[in-house]
Each structure stands twice: as structure tokens, then as C-alpha cells.
Design a binder for this molecule. Structure first.
Ligand code: FAD
Length: 388
């Protein structure tokens, strides 16, 4: 049997644009097949960076994400660094906590550190001799006819490179996707929801978690909500989701405390009054966008995956998981069509677009479910009945 190194000399050159979660995992999948893989990432190498900027500090990893990690031998490594969350823990206004399990006994999702996951996936991709990671390379433009890409370096200089296949994994505001927008019969929609999000940290108490760690804590307040996911350093990352106009109404430290006293009184001593007064104003609330498009490919030249193809609102905890699943589906289609890209790319769009659109719709639905429906007595009753 040929090993991947000898095969790579005959293989096509695949450029993965974006070395985020999906791009780094995809590089592993593609390198494993023996393609010559070049990853181009606009940021510096986050494994060496002091501060890693990203969207959320931690993420919920679930079944479909784990399956994809298993394909490249990364599941155990990542799972061992995650914290199982067996249920949602609903915090009422009075501070009463009621668990709602996610599934059957023993089933759980995992809270994982985004930066660590990204670093581990990049390091895994780096272990393949047929993969090259190019940091500080921002895709500026590319040609659907020739596959020629132009990258801008931090000093303003330009680099041009050609690939047989371009895999756009460059996130919700994808530069790869711009070429698609110029073409006929490309469907595209983008929706910003009226809510923004803000992250706050709940520190450990006497070296231990301030709340029960094996839960995804939720404070549903109908038109807005706060959630908290545990981290390995025994902190919780709390995320407040609220309409932008409500964020803007709170202008002073006293108003922050007043707001928390009214809606999240049990969280004040756990986050700390001083920290709340300070951290609320540290960064403005961030926007959330949902992107749907189709098809995901141009000829045999380019395919979009992850948030570049389907950015979803975070309420279903499936954005990254669905992006990871994209990698498995693409891998399966490559097998089925013996890596004939002219057949693989349209088939990938055909099978993947409906599923990714369904995830986007479910995420929008769960936006209301999490902040409002979990409050209803009927919902709590049904969950109780489901789980006895
Ligand atoms: P990104 O993570 O955005 O990575 C894109 C990469 O491309 C980045 O590294 C970027 O620097 C690079 N890039 C961008 N432009 C260029 C360019 N021009 N040239 C080269 N490189 C470029 N998902 C879950 O599954 N579970 C969760 O619990 C969850 N929680 C979330 C919470 C919040 C608050 C948010 C906002 C999202 C959450 N998500 C969650 C969604 C998840 O973050 C995304 O789906 C995931 O990050 C998508 O990965 P990606 O690699 O496609 O895109």
C-alpha cells in the first residue's frame, strides 16, 4: 500500500482558506487522503500568539462534531479536555435551579475551549508532511477560471498562488464567497438578529466551580437570557444575549447592578459586583448573523464549508458541529466519486445544502426556545415526563 507521502507527489494541490476550527480540521481530512494541502490563514499563528481573538471563549461540542474528530484520530484528545454537560440548569428569578436533561441517562454535550481546540487542530494538521500552514496570508481575491489566488501579507505585499481546488473555510464574512456573489444563479441571504452578546467571567470560589459544573446554566428571561458554560480552570464563561437597544440602555455601573438585581440576582455574588461594573463596559455587545447560500461550489474549482457556507445563530450550539460534519460529508463524496472534483463538488452541494439550511432554521427556532419556551410550565412538565 502506498503511504500518504508517496501518493502526495501525484496528488492535486488543495488550498484551504482559513485556519479556524473548520479549516484546520478540513486540512487534516484532506491531508489524510494524500492531497498536497496549503492552509492560508489571515491571523498570525495562534499557537504562538499572546492573545487569541475569537468569537466565544468556549463552545458546546456534540455528537456530529465528535464523529468528525474521530475520523482524524482527534476525538479522545479533545474529549479528555472537555467538560461534560448532562443537562441544562434553569435558573429562575428566585434563584431556584431545575435541571432539564439533554437526552437519555449518560448522554451529554461537552464544553470545550475554542482557542485550545483550534491550536490542537492546527498542530494535528502540521503533523502531515503534505500540509503547509501559511499564517499572515489574507485572501484578497481569486479567479474561478484559473484557480489563482491573491493574498495580502501584513506588510501590504501581495503573494499569488494557484491551486487545483480552493476550499473556502474563511468564516461568516468569507472573502472566498465574494466570487460566488458575482455569479448568476447563486442564492444568498444574510440576516442579523436584533440581539447581541456579551461575555462575562464567573471566577472559582475557594478554588472550586462557583456553580455545579456539569450543566449548561441558563437564566431564561423571555426576551433575553444569560447562559454559562464551564471551563477547565474552574471559571464559567457567562454569555448575556439581549437586544442591542437594551444593552445600550445600561450606561453606568449602578445601572448594571440594578439590571442584574432585577433579572439575575443569584449571579451577582458569583460574578462579583466590582467585576460586573467593570466588565460590562469592557467590550461592546457583538452582533450575530445567519447566512444561507447555495450552491456551495463553483465548477470543480471551489467549495465553501463551515461558517463561510452557513453561519448560524449560536442558540442551537451547532455552528462548529455542522461545519465539522461538512468535512465528513465532503470526504464521503470524494470517496464515492473517486476524487473526480467535477462530479464531487455538485454532489456535495446537492446533499449538503438542505441539511445545513435545516440547521440554520433550527438554530433560529432555538433562539426563542432557550430564552422563552424553557420557562413554560408545560415545557418543564414535558421534559420531566420525557426523562422519567
Ligand atoms: P471561523 O471560526 O470564523 O474561522 C474562520 C477563519 O478564517 C479564521 O481563523 C479567520 O481568521 C480566517 N479568515 C477570515 N478571512 C480570511 C481571509 N480573507 N483569508 C484567510 N483567512 C481568513 N458552534 C458550536 O458548534 N457550538 C457552540 O456552542 C457554539 N457557540 C457559539 C457561541 C457564539 C457566541 C458564537 C458567535 C458562535 C458559536 N458557535 C458554536 C459557532 C462557531 O463559533 C462557528 O460555527 C465556528 O467558529 C465556525 O468555524 P469556521 O472555521 O467555519 O469559521
Amino acid at each position: 500500500m502506498e503511504d500518504s507521502t508517496s501518493r502526495s507527489t501525484k496528488k492535486k494541490v488543495v488550498a484551504v482558506v482559513g485556519g479556524g476550527l473548520v479549516g484546520a480540521l478540513n486540512a487534516c481530512f484532506l491531508a489524510k487522503r494524500g492531497f498536497d494541502v496549503e492552509v492560508f490563514e489571515t491571523r498570525e499563528d495562534i499557537r504562538k500568539a499572546q492573545i487569541v481573538r475569537g468569537r466565544s471563549i468556549n463552545l458546546a461540542l456534540s455528537h456530529r462534531g465528535r464523529q468528525a474528530l474521530r475520523h482524524v484520530g482527534m476525538e479522545e484528545k479533545i474529549v479528555s479536555q472537555g467538560i461534560p454537560m448532562h443537562a441544562r440548569m434553569i435558573h429562575s428569578l428566585s434563584g431556584k435551579q431545575s435541571p432539564i436533561p439533554y437526552g437519555k441517562k449518560g448522554q451529554y454535550i461537552l464544553s470545550v475551549d475554542r482557542a485550545n481546540l483550534n491550536k490542537q487542530l492546527l498542530s494535528e494538521a502540521d503533523t502531515y508532511p503534505n500540509t503547509k500552514l501559511n499564517f499572515d496570508h489574507k485572501l484578497h481575491d481569486w479567479s474561478a477560471e484559473t484557480g489563482m489566488m491573491t493574498f495580502v501579507r501584513p506588510d501590504g505585499s501581495k503573494v499569488q498562488l494557484k491551486a487545483d481546488l480552493i476550499v473556502g473555510c474563511d468564516g461568516a464574512f468569507s472573502a472566498t464567497r465574494k466570487q460566488f456573489l458575482r455569479r448568476s444563479r447563486f442564492n444568498y441571504s444574510q440576516t442579523y438578529i436584533p440581539h447581541g452578546y456579551m461575555e462575562l467571567t464567573m471566577p472559582p470560589v475557594n478554588g472550586e466551580f462557583a456553580m455545579k459544573p456539569n450543566y449548561l446554566h441558563i437564566w431564561p428571561r423571555n426576551t433575553f437570557m444569560m447562559i454559562a458554560l464551564p471551563n477547565l480552570d474552574k471559571t464559567f464563561t457567562c454569555t448575556l444575549f439581549m437586544p442591542f437597544e437594551d444593552f445600550e440602555k445600561i450606561a453606568t455601573g449602578d445601572e448594571v447592578i440594578e439590571f442584574f438585581q432585577k433579572y439575575f440576582p443569584d449571579a451577582i455574588p458569583l460574578i462579583g459586583e466590582e467585576a460586573l461594573r467593570r466588565d460590562y463596559f469592557r467590550l461592546p455587545a457583538q452582533a450575530m448573523v445567519s447566512v444561507k447560500c447555495s450552491p456551495y461550489h463553483i465548477h470543480d474549482k471551489c467549495v465553501l464549508m463551515g461558517d463561510a457556507a452557513h453561519a448560524v445563530v449560536p442558540f442551537y450550539g451547532q455552528g462548529m458541529n455542522a461545519g465539522f460534519e461538512d468535512c465528513i460529508v465532503f470526504d464521503e463524496v470524494l470517496d464515492r466519486f473517486s476524487e473526480d472534483l467535477g462530479a464531487v463538488l455538485p454532489e456535495y452541494s446537492r446533499v449538503r445544502v438542505p441539511d445545513d439550511h435545516a440547521i440554520a432554521d433550527l438554530a433560529m427556532y432555538n433562539y426563542i426556545e432557550m430564552r422563552a419556551h424553557v420557562n413554560s410550565k408545560w415545557f418543564l412538565f414535558r421534559k420531566h415526563v420525557d426523562n422519567v
